[in-house]
Design a protein around this ligand. Structure first.
Ligand SMILES: Nc1ncnc2c1ncn2[C@@H]1O[C@H](COP(=O)(O)OP(=O)(O)OP(=O)(O)O)[C@@H](O)[C@H]1O
Length: 579
């Protein structure tokens, strides 16, 4: 598999450029540390040779102190380097996490249908975490340690060329081995990362369904599946780790060979009286010093294998482009909007149509009640209106404007959508109402609740706006009330309400009804109705059947026609007719 360098360069440039000062500082610390590493054996050599030549104690003490000072300085530099690299790594990876999250939020529903949230979390966090080392260490360490290696070879060549040649042969053999292993390692780490993402996806999905799993007695089945997923991850990671360990050991073997060679040559030179004890020391010290750059280079390449797999997966995600893009046409007028569906056809895949040539018109200020059996296409119709998908054929016009021609932000600002399954956050009522927008004053929130007649409801909460909403902490009716208030704060021109199908108790139903009256006043609305009471406020009724319009017309007219579906509903009830 080929990994174009441009990919790495782009990533490094994007996330390191804003921190070039820190990167420069880190580079200086690393290079200075390497310089000191090369310097210290020379001081020890002088110390040894001076001691053997019975030089004065004062000079030996100075050399010993210098040696210690440099060793101490090395530690300080290493500490500074760790501090800076952590800062660079966290800043860069956090920026990348934020970019990926924003990117995922931007992608179409069709993308999210194929990826579980857990899998995306593993990409946004897990894969990015493997890049921290790449951002902070890879190039600096590779360059620095490459230089250190060169420095050691030069220093040894100055002692004796034969030692240097032996070393060069070993290093060249190690590098060619590393290249071969690199090709094997990266795809294996890619598979391991994918297995990890799938495990996360599995966990997220099952944990979100805890109630259903427990109530249906599926716990053992879920656990079995979990063991299976963990086994896959274990096997893939073990394979990748083994490949990497091979790489590491191959490098280490080269080091052992180099050490033996150097030591042999050193002893030979000493026996031939071609060098001093200090000279033998320096050969062994420099060869010993080789461990550091070789280990570092090996470690970097090991980490790079994991990072490469991560980069590949991150790039794949970044290259996903939303098919649904902003239009460049006019903005939607800030007034009650009329809505037209003109021969709209749609399917989630091309061979199974879900909506077929739908045409209807809803004048401004009117309320449309949408009915139909489960699977008849009601939700799909709403998704098209919100441009979560685009129709395959036909046009949807809002306020006379083709919704594909306006910007997505403008469209979604103009529409308020209350889904059946209102998404609540584990946060205060205030944050849940304002979507964490702290520019919205409490007065505005209170006024919205007041308008909807929800002040009593708010007062019944223990800490008012500060009451913490726990996951699953509100009933379906309460959640809808909260969603109504969100919509009122947004003040859209068209409201879409997918009514909660769960039955409400009479007291809650009365509150919801009252709130709904106030929410819908002066706006155009579409309601997917599950209660007859809701339908009674509709001006027009649309009955969907297998993606086609079975019935559409003014409610009053349908009411007076005993053959109409709507009259049947009133006689027999929604559940009976659409059972
Ligand atoms: N994301 C999706 N991917 C593929 N097919 C889908 C998707 N969502 C819905 N469908 C299919 O499209 C058809 C219409 O579904 P839709 O959810 O629009 O019906 P509905 O009338 O809203 O049903 P319900 O009342 O149960 O919510 C169904 O056959 C459904 O299986």
């Amino acid at each position: 598999m080929q990994f174009p360098l441009a990919r790495y360069r782009r990533l490094l440039a994007t996330y390191l450029k804003p921190q070039r000062g820190r990167v420069l500082g880190l580079g200086c610390l690393v290079f200075l540390g390497i310089g000191l590493q090369l310097l210290n054996p020379q001081i020890m050599r002088r110390f040894l040779d001076s001691a053997l030549a019975a030089q004065p104690l004062e000079q030996l003490t100075k050399l010993a102190l210098l040696f210690m000072g440099i060793a101490f300085g090395q530690q300080l530099l290493a500490l500074g380097a760790v501090y800076l690299s952590e800062q660079i790594g966290w800043t860069a990876t956090n920026a990348l996490r934020a970019d990926l999250t924003a990117h995922c939020l931007h992608l179409d529903s069709s993308f999210h249908n194929h990826k579980t949230p857990g899998e995306l979390i593993e990409r946004i966090d897990g894969d990015v975490t493997t890049l921290a080392n790449f951002f902070t260490q890879f190039i600096i360490q590779l360059l620095g340690n490459g230089l250190l290696l060169l420095g050691i070879i030069v220093a040894l060549a100055l002692e004796d060329w034969r030692v240097a040649v032996g070393l060069i042969v070993c290093v060249a053999a190690a590098i060619s081995l590393l290249q071969k292993m690199q090709r094997v390692g990266v795809p294996l780490w890619g598979e391991s990362r994918q297995a990890s993402a799938e495990l996360f996806g599995f966990l997220e999905e099952r944990l979100a369904a805890t109630e259903d799993i427990r109530s249906s007695g599926a716990r053992n089945y879920v656990m079995q599946q979990l063991y299976r997923q963990m086994l896959v991850l274990y096997r893939k990671t073990r394979k990748a780790e083994l490949a990497t360990a091979w790489l590491y050991n191959a490098g280490q073997s080269m080091f052992i060979i180099a050490s033996g060679l150097g030591l042999g040559i050193g002893i030979y030179l000493y026996q031939q009286q071609q060098t001093t004890i200090g000279g033998v020391y320096i050969i062994t010290a420099y060869i010993g010093l080789l461990t550091t750059p070789l280990e570092q280079i090996l470690r970097q390449i090991q980490e790079f294998q994991k990072a490469s797999a991560g980069i590949l997966r991150i790039d794949e995600l970044r290259q996903q482009r939303p098919a649904i893009v902003d239009g460049t046409g006019p903005t939607i007028p800030q007034q009650a909007l009329d809505l037209r569906f003109e021969q709209v056809s749609f399917g989630y895949n091309t061979d199974t149509p879900v909506l077929r040539a739908l045409s209807f018109e809803l004048p401004a200020h009117q309320i449309l009640g949408v009915l139909g059996r489960t699977g008849s296409g009601k939700t799909s119709l709403i998704r098209l209106l919100l441009r979560l998908y685009d129709p395959h054929q036909g046009t949807i016009r809002l306020g006379g404007i083709d919704i594909r021609n306006t910007s997505l932000a403008d469209l979604r600002r103009s529409i308020g959508f209350v889904s059946q399954d209102v998404q609540l956050f584990h946060a205060s009522v205030r944050d849940n109402l304002s979507f964490f927008d702290h520019r919205i004053a409490d007065q505005q929130l209170l006024a919205a609740l007041e308008t909807l007649g929800l002040t009593n409801w708010l007062n019944s909460l223990e800490h008012g706006l500060d009451t913490l909403i726990k996951p699953n902490g509100l009933s379906a009716g309460q959640a809808q009330l909260l969603a109504f208030a969100r919509i009122l704060l947004k003040d859209p021109r068209l409201i879409i309400l997918d009514e909660a199908s769960s039955r409400l108790d009479p007291a809650s139903e009365a509150i919801v009804e009252r709130a709904l009256d106030r929410l819908l006043a002066g706006r155009t609305a579409i309601i997917i109705a599950h209660r007859l009471a809701t339908l009674q406020r509709a001006d027009a009724i649309l009955v969907l059947d297998a993606g086609t319009i079975r019935e559409f017309g003014p409610r009053q007219a349908l009411l007076q026609n005993p053959q109409s579906q709507y009259s049947q509903l009133l006689q027999h009830g929604i559940t009976e007719v659409f059972a």
